[in-house]
Design a protein around this ligand. Structure first.
Ligand SMILES: [Zn+2]
Length: 476
C-alpha cells in the first residue's frame, strides 16, 4: 500500500507545516538537565507524559523500567509488534540533556523555549540537537511510513534512557536484564554530528573514553619558596614531566600501548574518503596529534591522550610557596583496536621505568565502555547508504554523497547494543559539529533536520518493503 515518494512527501509536509517544530518545542520545554540533583520527576514527565502518549499514537506499548544503577534515571521501553516472527529493529535515544545553563545563553534565547532564527535557519533550545531533536526525527519518520503504508512488515522496539549525559549508568545492566524485550536484528539510532553540515552521514560505532587521574603528593602543606625552593621537590613540575613522557608537546602519544597498532585497511579506505573541513567549528591545528595521519584518520582511526584539568597549589590565589601536591585528570579517546584494561598497567610500568614512581594513577570509576566499529563492507551499511542515495537523488541536490564513518570520533554507549545485546548498529546523525551541544546556544539546523526526516522516512520505507527478503535471506 502507498508509495515511497508519498511517504517522503508526508515527512516534508510534517516539517513544512511546523508540526515537527511544535512537537519538539514541547519536548525541549521539559527540563531534563542531567546533572541536576534529582531529575527523576522531570525525566518521568518526559517519558510518561510526552514519549508514551506519542508512541501510543503509533500503537506502541510502553513501560517504565527502573534503573538498577541510578534511581534518578529511569528507562522507557516501547514495543510495536506486528508479528513476533517478523524481524525487529531497535531504536534508541536519550531524553536527558546537559544542564540548561540559562544565564549563559545569548539575549533573546532561552534553553527551554525552542526558538527559530529565520535568518540562519537554526532552532535554539537545550536538547534540540542532543538528543531530543534527533530521536524526534526518527520517530516522526517512522510515523510517516506507518501512516502511508499501514504496516511496517517489521517490529520496532524503542529504548529511551535518561542518564546518557552522566555516562549512561545502568544502561548495560538494563540491556542485560531486558535482553529479550530489546533483542533486535539491527539498531537504527541517531546522535552526534554529521561529518560536515552538508553531508548526510552514517556511522557504525564510536570511539570510547578512558579517564584517569595522575597525582603527586609529596608532603603536607606548602613551604615558603625563599627558604625551601631548590631544596624541596615540586610536585607540579614532576607531574608535568610525567605527562610529557606520555604525550609530546604536539599531542603525539609516546607510549605505544596507548596507541592502536595500525588502522585496518578496510577502515582506512573508508576513512580516506572523508575530509574534515572543521566548518562551523574552531580552526584546526594541523600539526597537532599523530604525525603522518590525515585529520580524518586522527579523529576516526586513532587514539588521543589529553589533559582535562590540572591543579597545583591554589590556582585562584597563588602564594610564594612550594606546593605539597599536584593532580591532573587525563583522558584517552580510543578506537575498537585498543583494550582499555591494558592502559593503567602500561602507564604504571612506563612511569616507574622513567623514574616517576611517586606519581599515583587512578582510573576514574565506571568511566569507560568499549569502543565499537562497523566494517564498511557490512550489508547494513550498504543498505542504508543506497537507501539514502535513492532519497537524495530525488532531493534538490542530486550530486550529494553519503559519508560512512566506521566509528564516530565521539563516544556513545554503543557497546550496550553491539556487545551486550549483540546486533549490528547503524547511526545516522542529524546535527553538526558547530551545534553547541553541551554549551549555551545549543541548536539544530533546520536544513539538516528536514533532510534527515526525508532520509529516515526513505530508510524505514525501504526496510518495510524489503524486510521479508533481506532478513529471510539472512543476508544481514
Ligand atoms: Zn550529549
Amino acid at each position: 500500500m502507498g508509495n515511497r515518494d508519498n511517504a517522503i512527501d508526508r515527512a516534508k509536509h510534517f516539517f513544512d507545516t511546523n508540526a515537527f517544530f511544535n512537537m519538539l518545542s514541547g519536548w525541549v520545554a521539559v527540563d531534563t538537565g542531567s546533572r541536576e540533583d534529582d531529575r527523576k520527576p522531570q525525566m518521568l514527565v518526559y517519558l510518561e507524559k510526552i514519549m508514551t502518549p506519542y508512541l501510543e499514537t503509533m500503537d506502541f506499548s510502553c513501560r517504565i523500567v527502573e534503573n538498577p544503577a541510578e534511581p534518578c534515571a529511569p528507562f522507557l521501553i516501547a514495543r510495536r509488534i506486528e508479528d513476533e516472527t517478523l524481524p525487529f529493529v531497535l531504536m534508541y535515544g536519550h531524553g536527558d540533556t546537559v544542564p540548561a545553563m540559562a544565564e549563559d545563553w545569548e539575549p533573546g534565547l532561552s534553553p527551554l523555549k525552542l526558538t527559530k532564527d529565520e535568518n540562519s535557519g537554526k532552532w535554539y533550545g537545550r536538547g534540540a540537537a542532543d538528543n531530543k531533536g534527533q530521536h524526534g526525527v526518527n520517530l516522526a519518520a517512522l510515523d510517516c511510513v506507518i501512516k502511508e503504508r499501514g504496516s511496517l512488515g517489521f517490529n520496532v522496539v524503542v529504548l529511551i534512557e535518561s542518564g546518557e549525559e552522566s555516562g549512561s549508568p545502568g544502561l548495560h545492566l538494563v540491556c542485560e536484564q531486558e535482553k529479550q524485550a530489546l533483542q533486535a536484528d539491527v539498531l537504527i539510532a541517531s546522535d552526534g554530528p554529521r561529518i560536515d553540515p552538508d553531508i548526510p552521514t552514517i556511522f557504525g560505532g564510536s570511539r570510547a573514553v578512558f579517564n584517569f587521574d595522575l597525582s603527586v603528593h609529596l608532603r603536607e602543606g606548602g613551604h615558603h619558596s625563599g627558604n625551601w625552593g631548590g631544596l624541596l621537590a615540586n610536585p607540579g613540575i614532576i607531574l608535568s614531566h610525567a605527562i610529557a613522557s606520555l604525550v609530546d608537546a604536539k599531542g603525539r602519544i609516546l607510549l605505544s600501548e596507548l596507541r592502536p597498532a595500525t588502522i585496518p585497511a578496510s577502515v582506512k579506505k573508508a576513512i580516506d574518503k572523508l575530509t574534515i573541513t572543521g566548518k562551523g567549528g574552531p580552526e584546526i591545528d594541523p600539526l597537532w596529534g599523530e604525525p603522518g595521519l590525515s585529520p580524518a584518520q586522527k579523529v576516526y582511526g586513532w587514539n588521543t591522550l589529553d589533559v582535562l584539568a590540572f591543579e597545583c597549589g591554589t590556582p585562584s590565589q597563588p602564594v610564594n610557596a612550594i606546593p605539597p601536591k599536584a593532580w591532573a585528570r587525563c583522558h584517552i579517546r580510543f578506537v575498537a583496536d585498543s583494550d582499555p584494561e591494558t592502559f593503567i598497567p602500561a602507564i604504571r610500568q612506563h612511569l616507574d621505568a622513567q623514574g616517576f614512581s611517586m606519581v599515583d594513577i587512578e582510573a576514574v570509576p565506571n568511566n569507560y565502555g568499549l569502543a565499537t566499529r562497523m566494517d564498511p563492507d557490512n550489508p547494513w551499511v550498504q543498505f542504508a547508504t543506497s537507501s539514502f542515495e535513492t532519497t537524495l537523488g530525488k532531493l534538490a541536490t542530486p550530486d550529494k554523497k553519503v559519508s560512512f564513518l566506521p566509528n564516530l570520533g565521539g563516544t556513545l554507549p554503543n557497546d550496550a547494543f553491539s556487545h551486550v545485546i549483540g546486533m549490528p548498529t547503524i547511526w545516522v546523525p542529524h546535527s553538526y559539529g558547530g551545534c553547541n551541544q553541551h554549551a549555551p546556544n545549543e541548536h539544530v539546523s533546520e536544513k539538516i533536520i528536514r533532510e534527515g526526516m526525508q532520509l529516515m522516512t526513505g530508510l524505514f520505507w525501504d526496510l518495510a518493503e524489503q524486510a521479508e527478503t533481506i532478513f529471510d535471506k539472512k543476508l544481514f
